[in-house]
Design a protein around this ligand. Structure first.
Ligand code: SAM
Length: 202
């Protein structure tokens, strides 16, 4: 697929026609496990490309009050609002990630990076860095598979390639084979914890 075709209409269509095969239907085990070990409930959290937002629902139930869910397809946001009516409207953001401004302590990655055209990977890393507070973290999952045998998206990759984008901007706290993936992704993903490096010009 060319980059122009991977727009909000494309993703909206995938939700409308029920081909949102990436949808796990619940918070994923590695992220739930990570959330369960967070100590401060006050931190500002962003989930970009959140889709149906099961992670945001889990965080709300665990009394994290400052979670924002962002997606540029309206369908999953509307479904989320129906499913989780108590979630504040001001924290449901219908916007292109690359236009979003704000400051967060934690940004969650799950099947958003792999939905972006690979030519946007450097821009993604820079924008995540820009959105994080000092010492803020990008935490989540990336496919450990170049996916060369199938028509993208998802666009896969290797650890070596991913680190080219992230190492200049983040301290790599964890970047390992994920041990508690959901069954369809077992053996196929990395779990990462990346901490923002502070650049003098940021
Ligand atoms: C593969 S889906 C993953 C959804 C969700 N993270 C999950 O795990 O179910 C990718 C999501 O990213 C959204 N998306 C893609 N590009 C985006 C962008 N530039 N800004 C905001 N959302 C975007 C799509 O609308 C879609 O909901």
């Amino acid at each position: 697929m060319i980059i122009e075709e991977l727009n909000a209409d494309y993703w909206q269509r995938r939700y409308n026609d029920g081909t949102n095969v990436w949808d796990a239907g619940d918070v994923s085990t590695p992220l739930k496990n990570y959330f369960d070990h967070l100590t401060s409930k006050e931190i500002k959290i962003l989930i970009p490309g959140a889709g149906n937002g099961y992670e945001a629902e889990n965080l709300l139930n665990a009394v994290f009050k400052n979670t924002c869910l962002l997606d540029y397809a309206i369908h999953p946001l509307k479904e989320f609002k129906k499913r989780v009516p108590g979630f504040p409207d001001s924290q449901l953001i219908h916007q292109d990630f690359f236009d979003h401004e704000g400051k967060y302590d934690l940004i969650i990655e799950q099947t958003f990076f792999c939905a972006l055209h690979p030519s946007l990977r450097n821009k993604y890393a820079l924008h995540i860095h820009h959105l994080l507070n000092d010492n803020g973290k990008l935490v989540g999952l990336l496919f450990n598979n170049p996916m060369a045998d199938r028509v993208p998206p998802p666009f896969g990759g290797t650890k070596e390639e991913y680190l080219k984008y992230f190492s200049p901007l983040f301290n790599i706290k964890t970047f390992d084979q994920c041990y508690n993936s959901i069954p369809p992704r077992k053996g196929n993903e990395f779990f990462m914890i990346l901490e923002k490096k502070i650049k003098s010009q940021d």
